[in-house]
Design a protein around this ligand. Structure first.
Ligand SMILES: *Cc1c(COP(=O)(O)O)cnc(C)c1O
Length: 433
């Protein structure tokens, strides 16, 4: 196994991983349900759905079989001028579960490209009508992906700094935390009434990468209403929130006002194969329905609409739409709520919040910042040591498990978090002496 790690280190550049001082990656040999198994036989419970994508558990036989069958029949075909049953079925099924105002599906490769397509669709919607609108509004702290358009509409920070000169201008409103709701509304109103706003991009209800931050549905509803009244295209990035993550199939199911464009990925294929989807309303397509060839949406990827990936997504939808899956999401939500109440009382914990199948809380860093910065470095290895994959965002610990996770596994995870807090508590007491 050592040899494989060395070969990895000499050949592979891993995502979000420094080349120097890199911790040895874990070799995973197989995975089943919520469990990952390392090459040396250790079991690790995947409490974060492998980067928030896996909703039905690993190596799901139904999805695996669907991919295998499709691979033997039609593995890939160019998607311009050609089509196939799995793609048509998937598009129809997605439209049947998305809000009623959605009427067309555009396929791409991942979450970032789903957002790129959404932004390009919105810009060209105006271009095709000869309307000059240039501005785009986003929310502070947003994460929409790592390609240039997606980076442009996301939070600017250390990760984007080398590229900042190349990112297009975006008007950011503050993150609408409780105290800031009215201020954010005023910022938004001022921007929209200035007139040349083409689009408003947002992660509905929960911002994922900025630390599972929740904001007001009522405010988002008002923002969408104002935007739409001013012909500003509302782009909902449901890459993380889609496919049941917040309980409902989509976050927008919890909003009265429905966005114009949806960006989907992560859970779309059950987290098994990469795929992006951008859906839009009839109003948006109408600007492209023209005999003028120049009004075509000239965008596509080599693997757009790949049949095996569509088959995986169809199989994942079969599972997602069962009563059992809905029950599981409700069960996780109930368990999270109870744990949230329990953990909130711990003096090292603040702002615990539950959104559907996600629970997040902050380790209280007020007491001794340097110590708890240190603690963050210990946190990930501590949980791995206990057979748990948890990957904190700064001082935010969160769980975003596959929906099939058992009560026993949830209990073990909750218990391990409590032990972690208690151990750090006693360590902190020692270091204060
Ligand atoms: C993960 C994520 C993306 C990017 O998706 P990739 O598939 O990693 O490119 C975009 N938006 C949100 C909200 C995400 O959580």
């Amino acid at each position: 196994m050592r040899e494989w790690i060395e070969r990895d280190k000499s050949a592979i550049w891993h995502p979000f991983t420094p080349l120097m001082g890199m911790v040895d990656p874990l070799m995973i040999e197989r995975a089943e349900g919520v469990n990952l198994y390392t090459a040396d036989g250790k079991k690790i419970i995947d409490a974060i759905s492998s980067w928030w994508v896996n909703i039905h558990g690993h190596s799901h036989p139904k999805i695996a079989n669907a991919i295998a069958e499709q691979a033997h029949q039609l593995e890939h075909v160019i998607f311009a001028g050609f089509t196939h049953q799995p793609a048509v079925e998937l598009a129809e099924r997605l439209l049947s579960i998305l809000p009623d105002n959605q009427s067309k599906i555009f396929y791409s490769d991942n979450g970032s490209t789903a957002v790129e397509v959404g932004i390009k669709m919105a810009f060209q919607y105006f271009y095709n009508q000869g309307i000059k609108k240039k501005k785009i509004i986003a929310i502070d702290g947003a994460y929409h992906g790592d390609t240039f358009g997606a980076m442009s509409v996301g939070e600017r920070g250390p990760f984007t700094e080398p590229f900042d000169p190349y990112l297009f201008d975006v008007a950011f409103v503050d993150f609408p935390s409780k105290e800031k709701e009215e201020a954010v509304w005023n910022q938004f109103e001022a921007l929209v009434s200035a007139g040349d706003v083409a689009a408003f991009v947002f992660e509905p209800i929960v911002q994922g990468a900025s630390g599972m931050r929740v904001y007001s549905k009522a405010l988002l509803n008002r923002m969408i209403a104002l935007a739409q009244a001013n012909d500003v295209i509302c782009i909902a990035d449901e890459v993380m929130t889609g496919f049941g993550r917040l309980g409902t199939l989509f976050a927008a199911d919890q909003l009265q006002n429905k966005p114009d464009i949806f960006c989907l990925s992560k859970g779309l294929t059950g987290g098994v194969l990469p795929m992006g989807v951008t859906s839009c309303t009839d109003k948006i397509q109408a600007a492209y329905r023209s005999n003028d060839l120049m009004k075509t949406f000239f965008h596509g990827h080599s693997f757009t609409g790949n049949p095996m990936i569509c088959a995986a997504a169809n199989a994942s939808l079969d599972i997602l739409l069962t009563e059992e899956c809905e029950e599981n999401r409700k069960r996780i939500n109930r368990r999270h709520l109870a744990f949230g109440e329990q953990i909130e009382k711990h003096h090292l914990v603040r702002n615990s919040r539950v959104m559907g199948t996600i629970i997040a809380f902050e380790i209280n860093t007020d007491k001794d910042t340097s110590y708890f910065n240190e603690a963050r470095h210990h946190l990930y290895p501590y949980f791995i040591e206990k057979g748990l994959l948890i990957r904190p965002l700064g001082n935010v610990i969160y769980l975003i498990p596959p929906y099939i996770i058992s009560d026993e596994d949830l209990d073990y995870i909750y218990q391990t978090i409590l032990s972690f807090l208690d151990e750090y508590d006693s360590l902190a007491a020692v270091s204060a002496d």
